[in-house]
Design a protein around this ligand. Structure first.
Ligand code: MF3
Ligand code: CO
Length: 314
C-alpha cells in the first residue's frame, strides 16, 4: 500500500530501544523520529494514524491536516492555559450576583487572569474592546460588558472567557442564572448544557464532527428549541480561532474526521424561539436573537485522544 507518506522515515517499532542496547549498523537519522516530538520512532507513533487518515481521505472524507494535530508538548501547555481559564470562570462564579453590572464581571476576569499570569484573549482580538463576553437573555454571544447593565433577578447570562498563557489559548463559557428564573428559561439553560454533553459523547477518534453536531441539534429540537446556524465552534490552542470550523447543524457521518490530537470547542447556541440571529449594527459584534426570545450557550474545549476524548476546559 502506498500511503503517500514519506516511507524513508518509517522505522520498525522499538528501533529506538534497540539502538541503545545493540551495536547496530543502522543509525536512524533524527528524521526517523516522529514529527510530534514524542521521541518515538515515526513508525511507532503517528504513522498508523496518518495512514488511516490518508485512507479515509481517499474514500472522500474530509480529514484534518497535520497542523491540526497538537503535539504532546503543545497539549501540556494548552492544558495549563485551560486551568487558568477555568479558575477565572470560578472567580466569576463566586462573585456574580443580582445588582452587579456586567462591567464588574469584566473587571473580575481581567484581574483574576492577570493574577494567574495570563492575558485575556478577547481584549483587542479583531478590535474586540473587552476582556470577556457577557451575553444576557436574548443576547446570543459576544455581548459587551457594560457599566449601565445591572443583572436582575430572572436574567440568564453567558460568561465567555478566553485566556492566553505563555502563548497558548483556552476558551470556555458557562451560564449563570440570577436569582429565580422562570421554568422555561431554566429548561433552556439545562438543555443547552445537555447538548454539549451529548456532543461530547460523540467525540472519539475516527468519528466525524457531524456526529457531534447531530447529537446536539437532535437534543435541542427534541426539547422544542433551535440551534443557531451561523456561528459555530473552532479549533483552538496555538491560536484563538483555528480550523476546523465546528458546526452544530451538520449530519452524522459528514464533516471532518476526528483524529487524536485535535482540539476544538463545542459551544452551541440554543434558542428558545427561532434560530435566526441579528448583529447589532452599532458595534458589529453583539449578536441577538431576531425574535427577542432568550438564548443559552455553554462552551467546552475538548481533545480527541487515542480512545475517546478529554475535556480540557469548561
Ligand atoms: N468563545 C467565543 C468565540 O469563540 C469567544 C469570543 S471572544 C471575541 O467566539 F473576542 F471574539 F469576542
Ligand atoms: Co469559542
Amino acid at each position: 500500500m502506498n500511503s503517500g507518506l514519506p516511507l524513508g522515515l518509517m522505522m520498525r517499532c522499538g528501533a529506538q530501544e534497540d539502538r541503545m542496547n545493540v551495536n547496530l549498523e543502522y543509525t536512524p537519522a533524527s528524521g526517523g523520529l516522529c514529527w510530534c516530538g514524542s521521541g518515538k520512532a515515526y513508525g511507532c507513533c503517528h504513522e498508523a494514524i496518518e495512514r488511516r487518515m490518508e485512507e479515509m481521505r481517499r474514500q472522500g472524507h474530509v480529514v484534518p491536516t497535520r497542523a491540526m494535530l497538537k503535539t504532546p508538548a503543545q497539549i501540556a501547555k494548552i492544558r495549563e492555559s485551560c486551568r487558568v481559564n477555568m479558575a477565572v470562570l470560578d472567580a466569576v462564579a463566586e462573585r456574580i450576583r443580582e445588582g452587579m453590572t456586567t462591567a464588574e464581571i469584566d473587571r473580575i476576569v481581567s484581574e483574576r487572569t492577570a493574577e494567574l499570569g495570563g492575558v485575556p484573549a478577547p481584549l483587542g482580538y479583531q478590535g474586540y474592546p473587552f476582556s470577556v463576553c457577557t451575553s444576557v437573555n436574548d443576547q446570543v454571544c459576544h455581548g459587551f460588558p457594560s457599566e449601565e447593565f445591572e443583572l436582575e433577578e430572572g436574567d440568564i447570562v453567558n460568561v465567555d472567557c478566553s485566556t492566553i498563557l505563555d502563548g497558548y489559548f483556552s476558551d470556555s463559557s458557562r451560564m449563570f442564572c440570577v436569582g429565580e428564573i422562570d421554568e422555561d428559561t431554566q429548561k433552556l439553560v439545562d438543555v443547552a448544557r445537555e447538548c454539549v454533553q451529548r456532543g461530547l459523547e460523540q467525540v472519539r477518534p475516527w468519528g466525524h464532527l457531524g456526529d457531534v453536531a447531530e447529537a446536539i441539534w437532535r437534543h435541542a429540537e427534541a426539547n422544542g428549541f433551535s440551534v443557531v446556524r451561523e456561528i459555530g465552534g473552532h479549533g483552538v490552542g496555538l491560536e484563538f480561532h483555528e480550523d476546523p470550523y465546528v458546526s452544530y447543524i451538520t449530519k452524522k457521518g459528514t464533516d471532518m474526521v476526528l483524529v487524536p490530537g485535535m482540539i476544538f470547542t463545542i459551544e452551541p447556541m440554543i434558542n428558545m424561539g427561532d434560530p435566526d440571529v441579528i448583529v447589532y449594527e452599532d458595534n458589529d459584534w453583539e449578536i441577538y436573537t431576531e425574535d427577542g426570545y432568550p438564548s443559552a450557550q455553554w462552551e467546552v474545549m475538548v481533545l480527541v485522544t487515542e480512545d475517546g476524548h478529554e475535556v480540557l476546559c469548561w
